[in-house]
Design a protein around this ligand. Sequence first.
Ligand SMILES: Cc1cc2nc3c(=O)[nH]c(=O)nc-3n(C[C@H](O)[C@H](O)[C@H](O)COP(=O)(O)OP(=O)(O)OC[C@H]3O[C@@H](n4cnc5c(N)ncnc54)[C@H](O)[C@@H]3O)c2cc1C
Length: 591
Amino acid sequence: MPVEKTIVVLGAGINGAAVARELALSGVGVIIVDGGDIAAGTTAWSTRLIHGGLRYLEYGEIGLVRESLVERNRLVKLAAHLVRPLPFYLPVEGRWGGMWAAAARLAGWEVLARAWRGRRGRGSWTVGMGLALYDLLAAGAGWPRHRLVRAGHTGMPQIDTTVFPRAALYSDAQMLFPERFTVELLVDARGIAAAAGTRFEVCTHRRVEVGRDGMITIGGLSDRSSLEVRPDAVVNATGAWVDRTLDALCADTAGDVGRRLIGGTKGSHLVVRHASLRAALADHGIYAEAADGRPVFVLPFGPELVLVGTTDIPFSGDPAEARADEAEIAYLLAAVARLFPTAAVARDHVQQHYCGVRPLPNDAGNPQSPAGVTRRHLLVRHDEAPWLLWSIVGGKLTTCRSLAETTAATVLGALGMPVRGTSRERPLPGNCAGAARDADVLECRRLAEEAGLPRGRATAVAEHAVGLFGTRASALWPREGGPVSAPHGGLIRGVGLPTAAVAFCLREEWAATLDDLIERRLMLSFHERLSREALTDVAESMSSAGALPRDRVAEAVDGCVARLKERYGRIVPDSISWSDDDDGTIQGSQR
Ligand SMILES: Cc1cc2nc3c(=O)[nH]c(=O)nc-3n(C[C@H](O)[C@H](O)[C@H](O)COP(=O)(O)OP(=O)(O)OC[C@H]3O[C@@H](n4cnc5c(N)ncnc54)[C@H](O)[C@@H]3O)c2cc1C
């Protein structure tokens, strides 16, 4: 009987989780460790697009765009509950603008490109050529081809037509909650390992220490337990923290550890609550240029909110400390005002903001142009560690699966093992679309009605639950008949999810803290009607499930309110106007 190999993956962001799953598919043992929670890093601070990356064409990144488009097309099929196609308008001012700049950029002359950008940005010819190539690279997948349209085109967002007389209409995709996608990658990996009888462990909120003999100790931060393992290989998938992790892993060795792999840039986003801006978008995304030529996305974010991003500013501090500053907020609001001057979107309409650091390859030769640094990922092998060790540098949400495939093949090859399976055609556990999704909604509605909700409200709750958990949503309701007599119909007040979802996430999805539940499982941190009451319902449900002492509920809620203010600039009210007839189901329900 061959001895099972064990691979430690450090970092449970989208890339680490995808690598762990890919390795599990080939029958190796996997332990994935995160210093915080699953998807608590850059994965949660992104623009949430699954896209080819139109603008990378100007930088000659044809291979990356092709790979991204292939992956985009896969993910809308394999994770249909979380990734949905989104039509985009790209407004243009003139016809010819940007030709010379694009040519200079393609030739690698970024300084000239910026000098030649011109006052009016890219014109319809430049955009049309780029989109024709984009269509060609996505060919065969049945997505609509782009079209150039005049202002006033039916269904078009109400962009300022005096400035933007034309626009290009094209398609990409949006993943509202990469946090949930990442959790599901790990849920799937756990199932794969269980079926194969191989080891699979997810250790969150843990710190890793390396002994001189190469023994790795995964220490508990919240409890005192620890796990010791001598891995066959380690994959450093800690994103923007890659260099810090390497320093810690290889502290006792010399070599090229001093070489910086990451040259991060920070990007900020606004979540705007403004009914007429949301209505003006008409369920389309906008991809525009800000006044300085930087790309800006204005995106529907659920039925009531709008997501605006992003900035691109060199950042060398601790990625966990990156915050959107007032200058960035003003810059993004100005970009919105340029597109929708009559909407009068102001600082008060910003419900919250967030900021993340792109784990870009260190491109010291190109310090002037963060936008021009490649978005391709690299796999870097290190010789200084007691085990085989690789670091993942860069990457996008969109290419997490293909990145995982090449990483797993490299690691397995070095261990002399075959690739036994791939995720190319493998749906996520919650995947559902069309009639299957309708059936899931009906089943959840039945459970919600059994729990005492009237039909209309039960339907809305079911839609919300399926939007977040896909086909797994029916497991959120307690089996033993439902909380007919539970307070507030067994729902988290104001947000329309069953309180029993808390126990599900604790039991099935490695949630450990109130923040994990609010920010990365139930996605309430973005919910319009989040209140202290809702936080209390979640904390009390944690307590009922034995995950929080009853006398610590108030303290946990206070801590969560403080964190939401500090991290997102979000002010959580004590309560919101809410009634038992209120469905509270806004975020997360997407068809
Ligand atoms: C502003 C912005 C917008 C973006 N928009 C998009 C987009 O629209 N589409 C797209 O495809 N891509 C986008 N990206 C890129 C994408 O978000 C990232 O490339 C991707 O999320 C990186 O994932 P990751 O798993 O490598 O890193 P992370 O998600 O950062 O995960 C790394 C994990 O490592 C953990 N960690 C750190 N140190 C240690 C340690 N020592 N031990 C254990 N764990 C540790 C962290 O807690 C974290 O959970 C965007 C990025 C940014 C910043």
